[in-house]
Design a protein around this ligand. Structure first.
Ligand SMILES: Cc1cc2nc3c(=O)[nH]c(=O)nc-3n(C[C@H](O)[C@H](O)[C@H](O)COP(=O)(O)O)c2cc1C
Length: 204
């Protein structure tokens, strides 16, 4: 695909692994190169909520088996969350944006404070300094004042906060529909076109 781009997708240990799966599926099916980073608890929640067995199946095979073979149109490159030597730890690695989906309150805090203590936090730091879009699909409820302030901090630094709050006006029938709504909003914020859900066009 000629307009193929590279994006970082980080999956952290918040509830809502479906949003990660549908975002990965959409980016890969569109032929993009995905740099994937899974935190320890991101991996755990994908197992718990989606049934992925990380020790028994490559994630791309899991996505193809559960979401369709079209994910093989793109390139999925996984990086260890603990390996700061990876290409995406540097601003010299060309990426067109990053989405953290779902984003835990802990990773939100680390990004808000520029901790850079693992590859997810460092990649987010890099994407912000390189002025590329950073989308945080934050998932927690209710939220305390610290979490609310951290969302303000990342928004002030240029990130887009996309709470995992799917709308219902598109009349979702499945969890995948809910996942596609959030995935679609994330893709829009990355500057990508998609047809993941029906847009609201006013009263019919
Ligand atoms: C099943 C499960 C669900 C969780 N859901 C959330 C959540 O929705 N939001 C959140 O901020 N943390 C949630 N947590 C807690 C985080 O996983 C925990 O704070 C962890 O340290 C996050 O680390 P990470 O951001 O590096 O993945 C959950 C943990 C488990 C085990």
């Amino acid at each position: 695909m000629s307009d193929s781009k590279a994006f970082v997708v980080a999956v952290t240990g918040a509830s809502g692994a479906i949003y990660a799966a549908r975002t990965l599926r959409a980016l890969l099916a569109a032929g993009h190169h995905v740099h994937l980073i899974l935190s320890k608890y991101g991996r755990y929640v994908m197992h718990e909520e989606l049934g992925w067995e990380p020790d028994g199946e490559m994630i791309v095979d899991f996505l193809a088996r559960t979401g369709g073979e079209e994910v093989r149109a793109g390139r999925l490159e996984e990086h260890s969350v603990n390996d700061m030597t990876q290409s995406i730890a540097s601003g010299s690695c060309p990426v067109s944006g990053m989405v953290v989906v779902p984003c835990s309150a802990k990773t939100l805090s680390a990004i808000a404070h520029g901790s850079s203590s693992n590859l997810i936090e460092r990649s987010a730091d890099v994407v912000l300094k390189e002025r590329q879009p950073l989308v945080l699909v934050v998932r927690e409820t209710p939220m305390n004042l610290i979490q609310l302030r951290n969302m303000v901090s990342v928004a002030e630094a240029g990130a887009a906060v996309l709470p995992a709050m799917p709308a219902v006006y598109q009349k979702p029938k499945t969890f995948d529909d809910l996942g596609d709504f959030i995935a679609g909003r994330a893709l829009s914020l990355l500057g990508l076109e998609h047809e993941l859900f029906e847009r609201w066009t006013g009263p019919q």
